[in-house]
Design a protein around this ligand. Structure first.
Ligand code: K1U
Ligand code: ZN
Length: 200
């Protein structure tokens, strides 16, 4: 198994829609195992194939010790709505509120090639919607208001210099938890930006 490089905002692969994955092959099983290892190394709760530079229609997730592999997933039922903060392993240090359904039923194929359905609620439901968006080339920042998006673009411009070639290498032994500094200090730094906004 291997920890893979994570592709970050600016890499065109994150904006491509994946095509259905026809077969469960040994190569796909290896990819899934590597994606789990990468997700755990990055301390995330989900990871989609485009985030590791691949175009297979597959993601992995693990909320509350419930690891799930979803190949060719779809949401067949959704209910409720809640606004809550999200981050993304492909957009480090950027956070924003997103409205998502609070309960979903997802249908997918598992690693044995068998179709299954699963009911997910709360954070797991949010995660499956976030990951499914990745498979359609959509990112959580797309739900932001125009003003918040412009603010985020300025912040990302500074952050992106840490990821040459739009690649995030995970360092062995280093904590990769979701916040490397407090929101207060981040906000103070953001507030000092005055130049024009790049596109996201
Ligand atoms: O796809 C990804 O970029 C992974 C992402 C998924 C996600 C985050 C927040 C809400 C829904 C889905 C992450 O795992 S980022 C890490 C993170 O924000 C987090 C970690 C533990 C608990 C909650 C969020
Ligand atoms: Zn993400």
């Amino acid at each position: 198994m291997a920890v893979l490089e994570i592709h970050v905002l600016g890499d065109p692969i994150l904006r491509e829609r994946t095509a259905p994955t026809p077969n469960v092959t040994p190569e796909l099983r290896t990819l899934v195992a590597d994606m789990f290892e990468t997700m755990y190394a990055a301390e995330g709760i989900g990871l989609a194939a485009p985030q590791v530079g691949r175009s297979e229609r597959v993601f992995v997730m693990d909320v509350d010790d419930n690891p799930l592999t979803m190949i060719n997933p779809e949401i067949i039922e959704r209910e409720g709505s809640e606004r809550a903060e999200e981050g993304c392993l492909s957009i480090p240090e950027i956070f924003g509120d997103v409205d998502r359904a609070t309960r979903v039923i997802a249908r997918a194929t598992d690693l044995d090639g068998k179709p299954f359905e699963v009911e997910l609620t709360e954070l797991a439901a949010r995660c499956v919607q976030h990951e499914l968006d990745h498979l359609d080339g959509k990112l959580f920042i797309d739900y932001m208001s125009l003003i918040k998006r412009k603010f985020t673009a300025r912040k990302w411009e500074k952050e992106a210099v840490n990821y040459p070639g739009f690649i995030r290498k995970l360092e062995p032994g280093k904590s990769h938890s979701r916040r490397s500094r407090s929101r207060a200090s981040a906000a103070a730094a953001d507030g000092s930006a005055t130049h024009s906004e790049p596109e996201l």
